[in-house]
Design a protein around this ligand. Structure first.
Ligand code: SF4
Length: 172
C-alpha cells in the first residue's frame, strides 16, 4: 500500500473496518461500505488516536475553542492537548501514502468532517468543525475525494464515490 499502488488507495477510519480502536473499546464496522470498496480500491485503515499512542480504552477527547483556535483536549484532564500530535501525525501519514480518497467516521474530534461538536471553555457547544486529522489532510489535499461514512450508506452513494476516486487516481 505504498506509493504507486495500482489500485486507488482510500484512507479509512480504522474503526469502520472493524478494528476495536474507539475510546470505549468498540468499533463501527460497516459491512456494505467495506465489502463494496474492497472490490475496487485498496483500503488503508488509519486510527489517528491510537497512532499517536493513545490507549484503548481511553478518555474522551473533544474540540475546544481556546485562545482563538480549535484545540483537541482530554475531557478529564483538559491540560492534555493532543492537537499538535494529531496534526503532525496527519502530515507524516500524507508523506507515506499517495491517497486517492478519504472516508472518515463522523463526529470524531480526530476524524470528523464538519460535524464534530466544538465547545467553548464553559462547555457550551459553539460550532461543528472537522477533527484535527481530517482538517489537516483536507487542507493539504483540498481536491482529494472525501466522505463521511454516514453518507455512503447505499449502492448509489458508494458507486458515485468510487467514480470520484477513480477519476482522481487516473490523474496520477
Ligand atoms: S480516531 Fe478515528 S479511527 Fe480512531 S476510533 Fe476515533 S473515529 Fe475511529
Amino acid at each position: 500500500m505504498r506509493k504507486n499502488s495500482s489500485l486507488p488507495i482510500i484512507a479509512i477510519s480504522a474503526c469502520l473496518t472493524g478494528q476495536a480502536v474507539r475510546y470505549d473499546g468498540g468499533h463501527k464496522y460497516t459491512p456494505l461500505l467495506i465489502e463494496t470498496l474492497s472490490k475496487h480500491t485498496t483500503l488503508l485503515p488509519v486510527c489517528p488516536e491510537t497512532a499517536i499512542g493513545l490507549s484503548v480504552p481511553r478518555n474522551k477527547i473533544q474540540l475546544t475553542y481556546k485562545n482563538g483556535e480549535i484545540r483537541v483536549l482530554d475531557t478529564i484532564n483538559p491540560q492534555i492537548d493532543l492537537s499538535d500530535l494529531l496534526h503532525d501525525y496527519a502530515l507524516q501519514f500524507l508523506k507515506q501514502y499517495q491517497l486517492s480518497g478519504l472516508i472518515l467516521q463522523e463526529k470524531s474530534p480526530s476524524c470528523g468532517i464538519d460535524n464534530c461538536k466544538t465547545f467553548a471553555d464553559n462547555g457550551e457547544i459553539i460550532a461543528y468543525s472537522s477533527g484535527i486529522f481530517a482538517a489537516t489532510v483536507m487542507n493539504h489535499l483540498p481536491e482529494l475525494p472525501r466522505c463521511c461514512a454516514i453518507d455512503l450508506r447505499n449502492h448509489q452513494q458508494l458507486s458515485n464515490f468510487i467514480k470520484q476516486v477513480e477519476d482522481y487516481h487516473s490523474n496520477f
